[in-house]
Write a protein that binds this ligand. Structure first.
Ligand SMILES: CC(C)(COP(=O)(O)OP(=O)(O)OC[C@H]1O[C@@H](n2cnc3c(N)ncnc32)[C@H](O)[C@@H]1OP(=O)(O)O)[C@@H](O)C(=O)NCCC(=O)NCCS
Length: 142
C-alpha cells in the first residue's frame, strides 16, 4: 500500500488576500491527493465517493514560489469506508505545515455502499499507528 506524493509550486493565482496560500486551494489539492490514494487502493475510481472531510489544520503559511509536497496514506479501513490522512511539507521541511483526514466510501452504480473487502496488514498498522489511532478515535466518536 503506497503513499501518494504530489508536488505543487505556489503561484500568484493560489494566494489569498494576505498573499499566502489560499486555504480553499490547499483543501482542493489535499482532497485530490487523498482521493488518488483511495483510487490506487480500490482501482475503481467510479466507485469512490467522499463522505467526510474530518478537518484540516493549517499550521504555517506557504508563500508564492514555495514548493509543497502532499503525502497521503491510508489511515483506516472499515467495511465500506476508507480513511486517508495527509500531510503537507513546504520546501522539503521536516514538520508538516498542513494536515488533514478524509473518509471515502465504496458505492455501486446506484450509489449504494458496498463492502470493499480490503484490510490493513498488522505490519502496516504498526508502521502507521499514529494515523491509525486518530482515524479509529474519529470513527468511535461518530
Ligand atoms: C456515502 C453514502 C452512500 C453513505 O451512505 P450511508 O447511508 O451513510 O451508508 P452506510 O450507513 O451504509 O455507511 C457506509 C460507510 O460509510 C461510513 N460513513 C457514513 N457516513 C459517514 C460519515 N459522515 N463520516 C465517516 N464515515 C461515514 C460508515 O461508517 C460506513 O463505513 P464502514 O462500513 O467502514 O462502517 C451517502 O452518505 C452519500 O451518498 N453521500 C454523498 C457522497 C457524495 O456525494 N460525496 C461527494 C461530496 S461533494
Amino acid at each position: 500500500m503506497r503513499e501518494t506524493r504530489v508536488s505543487r509550486i505556489i503561484k500568484s493565482e493560489d494566494l489569498n488576500h494576505h498573499g499566502t496560500l489560499y486555504a480553499g486551494r490547499m483543501a482542493e489539492w489535499l482532497v485530490e491527493a487523498c482521493l488518488i490514494t483511495t483510487i490506487n487502493l480500490t482501482r475503481k475510481p467510479e466507485d469512490v465517493v467522499c463522505v467526510r472531510i474530518h478537518g484540516f489544520d493549517f499550521r504555517k503559511p506557504a508563500m508564492t514560489g514555495d514548493v509543497i509536497e502532499i503525502r497521503a496514506r491510508v489511515a483506516y479501513l472499515g467495511g465500506k469506508s476508507i480513511t486517508v490522512s495527509a500531510e503537507v511539507f513546504v520546501n522539503e521541511g521536516n514538520t508538516p505545515s498542513v494536515t488533514g483526514m478524509l473518509t471515502f466510501v465504496t458505492v455501486d452504480r446506484q450509489g449504494r455502499p458496498y463492502d470493499h473487502g480490503l484490510t490493513l496488514s498488522q505490519s502496516y498498522i504498526e508502521e502507521n499507528r499514529d494515523i491509525y489511532e486518530v482515524a479509529l478515535a474519529a470513527r468511535k466518536q461518530r
